[in-house]
Design a protein around this ligand. Structure first.
Ligand SMILES: O=C(O)CCC(=O)N[C@@H](CCC(=O)O)C(=O)O
Ligand code: ZN
Length: 336
């Protein structure tokens, strides 16, 4: 894509991005479009590289605020406004759902990673999840694997409901590794001071890159999902500044100050097993709303989801998910 007269996102939505030959910007940075909505940048001088960074957005097509932010940053890089000191892969995830302004076309893409697409029906999302796994694997593998260059992945979303804490991150289950205080600090600098520590694997994009690409990976929830052009209510300036610093190779994090962050751990997931599933929370109930011990949050035939955890809060309550999928998360306060 050498024609920079149109904004990158407009070209993606118009179906004008597809694999193309690599080229150089006037400032020497290397660019290659690898797939629809997938663009990679490399520093002019390979040894300048301080970081491998993946920034994805639009994995759900109606979550537009981060798509607008990523578009802005991609256009700045294409215009030569940043001296790159990182390799960066920007991904606009579900382009067809973005065109339609819908969460997904056939299937929820963020339940199809970690090869779950192999167990699902063929769909727009199953094919795309397979391709995105391939792109991030290739991106992180390409320049060797000696562990000397940090790897970071931010998968940017917005939530269906409002939230007591407007912005929050989901930190994928790190298995034998500890949750990293420094990365939680970096999230705080990006305006995301609430972090939900996962306690089990999930079929999400950030879990995939965390587990299989050994990236420090996070899902970021950045306010409420609204259509393109209607995101004035959410301020992503701090995140934008952190991303711009990262692509210029400024990778240090501030000191971890425990009081500056609200940390929660996942106590359990509420699963919708059948059409009998009933959620006992109104649509206006926000993410992180506290729930009292004894409250019946949901039921599914014989299965009762009654709160027995002190300090419990509900995140992502959604009775409309397909059977077998997560219909809410019960979280409780925690510390590192
Ligand atoms: O608001 C909602 O109910 C869903 C918002 C959303 O898309 N969240 C992500 C979180 C992914 C994760 O758990 O890391 C999702 O559900 O895919
Ligand atoms: Zn989402």
């Amino acid at each position: 894509m050498t024609d920079q007269s149109n904004e990158f996102l407009a070209q993606v939505l118009d179906g004008k991005t597809g694999i193309q030959l690599p080229y150089c910007l006037a400032n020497g940075s290397h660019v290659q479009i690898l797939d629809e909505g997938v663009i990679e940048f490399q520093p002019r001088i390979a040894s300048d590289r301080q970081l491998d960074l993946v920034v994805s957005c639009g994995i759900h097509g109606n979550e537009t605020a981060p798509v607008e932010l990523v578009n802005q940053i991609v256009n700045e890089v294409l215009a030569g406004e940043h001296r790159l000191r990182a390799r960066i892969l920007f991904i606009f995830g579900n382009v067809e759902a973005m065109r339609r302004g819908e969460r997904y076309v056939d299937d929820d893409m963020n339940r199809l990673f970690c090869r779950q697409y192999q167990n699902a029906d063929d769909s727009v999302e199953a094919r795309r999840a397979a391709m995105l796994e391939m792109h991030v694997m290739r991106f992180f593998a390409r320049h060797g694997d000696d562990g000397s260059v940090p790897r970071l992945h931010y998968d940017l979303h917005t939530a269906i409901r409002g939230s007591v804490f407007e912005k929050f991150a989901i930190y994928p289950y790190p298995h034998e590794q500890a949750f990293k205080a420094a990365e939680i600090s970096r999230l705080g600098a990006a305006g995301v001071s609430t972090v939900l520590l996962q306690s089990r694997p999930s079929p999400t994009f950030s879990y995939f890159t965390s587990r299989y690409c050994r990236a420090d990976a996070f899902t970021l929830e950045l306010g409420k999902a609204r259509p393109f052009g209607q995101n004035q209510a959410v301020n992503l300036d701090a995140l934008g500044q952190v991303l711009r610093s990262l692509l210029c190779g400024e990778i240090s994090t501030g000191e971890f100050v425990p009081e500056a962050h609200q940390l929660f751990r996942v106590s359990r997931e509420i699963i919708k097993h059948s059409d009998k599933f009933r959620l006992h929370l109104e649509d206006k109930v926000e993410n992180f709303t506290p729930m009292e011990v004894g409250f019946l949050a949901a039921e599914d035939g014989e299965v009762l989801y009654r709160i027995d955890e002190e300090g419990a809060r509900i995140v992502f309550p959604n009775p409309k998910v397909k059977n077998g999928l997560r219909a809410g998360i019960v979280v409780v306060p925690t510390r590192l």
